[in-house]
Every structure is written in C-alpha cells, then in structure tokens.
Write a protein that binds this ligand. Structure first.
Ligand code: CU
Length: 68
C-alpha cells in the first residue's frame, strides 16, 4: 500500500472536493482519497504504485488542475 500527496488548484467548495474524490477514486488500485479543501491537498492511498499521469488526468476530468 502506498500513499501519495498531490496539490490540486481550483477547488472552492464541498462539491469540488466530491468531484475530485470521485474521479481519483476510480483509478484502479486506489482505496482512499482524502481531500483538504483549504490547502488543496489530496492524499491518495493505493494498493499499487500510483501513476501520476493517471492522477493528473482524473483531476483534470473533474475540472481541476494538479499543481506541479
Ligand atoms: Cu465547488
């Protein structure tokens, strides 16, 4: 099990948090997604090593952006 932290910009409310959580949660292997709205910090727990590209695409699918 691995945990990775990403920074997402553009989230402004609980709805945004849910969108990101939902999209990132659909990545195969991901078992938990914790989103902190105030800092934009997204903590992803996965059974397999995370593919950053997949996370980036999921975040963009939700309508937000991954900060480098
Ligand atoms: Cu929102």
């Amino acid at each position: 099990m691995t945990t990775a932290i990403y920074n997402v910009s553009g989230m402004t409310c609980a709805h945004c948090v849910n969108s990101v959580r939902e999209e990132v949660g659909q990545i195969s292997g991901v078992s938990a997604v914790d989103v902190d709205l105030e800092t934009g910090r997204v903590t992803v727990t996965s059974d397999v090593p995370l593919d950053d590209t997949q996370v980036r695409e999921a975040v963009e699918e939700a309508g937000y952006e991954l900060k480098a």
